[in-house]
Design a protein around this ligand. Sequence first.
Ligand SMILES: CC(C)(COP(=O)(O)OP(=O)(O)OC[C@H]1O[C@@H](n2cnc3c(N)ncnc32)[C@H](O)[C@@H]1OP(=O)(O)O)[C@@H](O)C(=O)NCCC(=O)NCCS
Length: 156
Amino acid sequence: MRWNVHRSVAETKEWLSEEEAGAAKDGRCVWGFALKETGRLIGSGGLILNEDRQMFELGYCIMKEYWNRGLTTGAAQVVIGFAVQRLGAYVFYAHRDKDNAASGRVPEKPGFILLGNIDCQSLDGKRNIQGCEYTPQPGQGRTKAHWLRLQRQPYY
Ligand SMILES: CC(C)(COP(=O)(O)OP(=O)(O)OC[C@H]1O[C@@H](n2cnc3c(N)ncnc32)[C@H](O)[C@@H]1OP(=O)(O)O)[C@@H](O)C(=O)NCCC(=O)NCCS
């Protein structure tokens, strides 16, 4: 992950304030993910403009006890739906650490393909990261029709 794991509640509060300020300032779209059944907040994610790639980058994180139930895949489907319908965006980007295969499956399931490997730094510039980049298949995979079709069915 390009961000660092939070070490305290204070750090998480600071991050939440930054996200709120960022949403008002640069229009990033980040949501809390809540379980439909109970409303429990179990994670967060959304889109942020990747300046280098000039694409909306998908990001996500959920509590470990909820991993591998398809929940992030479902959340990504909703986030992409928002981007297509409300932002008119059809080209997306995702990045994962080389060793975080589960994170790569989330964009792979709706048809993103591996763009290549990339050496980059954590957001605080303190760690070197070997990562993999994903983007939808050029052509049909980057059209409104493609995404609208996928919105009508689960990705998995
Ligand atoms: C990455 C993360 C968001 C995935 O969330 P999730 O809700 O478990 O994702 P889903 O259940 O929708 O999909 C997970 C997929 O990864 C697969 N998977 C899980 N562990 C895996 C592993 N070690 N190797 C390969 N695939 C793996 C699952 O089988 C599933 O794929 P499938 O549906 O084809 O079987 C979650 O693990 C997480 O929050 N991790 C910590 C934060 C993080 O890494 N965020 C991403 C930063 S780039």
